[in-house]
Design a protein around this ligand. Sequence first.
Ligand code: FNR
Length: 182
Amino acid sequence: MATTSPTFRILAIPGSLRRGSHNRAMLTVAMEGAPEGVEVELYDDLGSIPPFNEDDEGDRTPEAVLDLRARIARADAILIATPEYNHSVPGVIKNAVDWASRPPGSAEIVGKPAAVMSSSLSTSGGVWAQAELRKSLAAAGARVHEQGVAVSKAGERFDTDGRLRDADVEQQITALVGELKT
Ligand code: FNR
C-alpha cells in the first residue's frame, strides 16, 4: 500500500513590520513556490511580541510569545527574511529570537533547521544582517543553514504591488525552501 510522507512545515518570519515589506514578499514567493509535501506558514505577528524582559519569563510569559513558541514547536524548520538596519538586524526580529531562545537549552528552537534571507535597498542586499541573524540563531541553538538569498537594490526588483519580479531570485528562494527539507 502506498504511503504518503507527512507534510514538512516551514514557519516563515518576516523581520519587517512595514506594510509593503519586500522581505515579506520574499516569503510569499517561498509559500507559492513550495514543492509538494512542503507547507510554508507565514508568521506575521512580530509587532505583538513585547520587549524581552527576564522578569516576564515562566508563568508571566506573554501570550504572544507562547504563540510564537508553539508555532516554532509545530514547525520542522524556520525561514526568516530580514531587512538590514544599521548593518545589523531590526530589533523586532532579534527580540523574537531572544524570546525563542528561552528556556536556555530546552527551547523549541534548539536543533531546528533555520535559513535566512534578506532584501535591502542597497547593493549589499542585507548580507550583514544575515550574518548577524545567523550568529544569534546559532547561539539560540538552531541548526543554521549557511546558504541564504540576498536581494540587493530592492527598489528595482519588486513591482509597484510589492511582488518580486526576478525569476532568478525566485528560483533561489524555491531552492532554499527545498534545501531546508533535506
Ligand atoms: C535601513 N536600510 C538599510 N539598508 C542597508 O542595506 N543597510 C543598512 O544598514 C540599512 N540601514 C537602515 C536603517 C534603518 C533604520 C532603516 C529604516 C532602513 C534600508 C533597508 O534595508 C530597507 O528599508 C529595507 O529594504 C526595508 O525592508 P522591507 O521593509 O521592505 O522588508
